[in-house]
Design a protein around this ligand. Sequence first.
Ligand code: FES
Length: 164
Amino acid sequence: MTELKGSIDFSKIDKILNDCGYEKTNLITILQKVQEIYKFLPEDAIIYIGDKIEGLSPATVLGVATFYAQFSLEPKGKYEIKVCDGTACHVRGSLPVLEAIKAKLPMENGKMTTKDGLFSVETVSCLGACGLAPVVVINEKVYPQMTPEAIEVIIDTLIREEAN
Ligand code: FES
């Protein structure tokens, strides 16, 4: 049965739960598959999964989702900005780049996505491109040897393109 609450299509979650045998040992896989659909883990989905799997509770599912950095509890922006803060990038100035992004894209306290849903920002560990440090990735596109000035120009360009 398709059951809709807000923007969640619970039939899709039911299918994932079914494919994973409603097993709590498959919780990580289940969360990964749900995140693939929504690009984050909606609260309603977390509660639903916690209620449906025997031996789990919504609080446990939320605890697992919060523990693993791969899971996001917030919707991502249309442009997902990832600033590498691995050792090589850190040493070569990733933090000033991150500060420049944050100054350019003010976000509410504790949030990683702008109010208009256009940008989200996160730091990630080594992306395996240390020779290009500091590295920023926006929607899978790699921007090497980033500087605060360069990232401002890139963000301005994206904002301009969106306005057109
Ligand atoms: S530390 Fe940033 S790519 Fe390796």
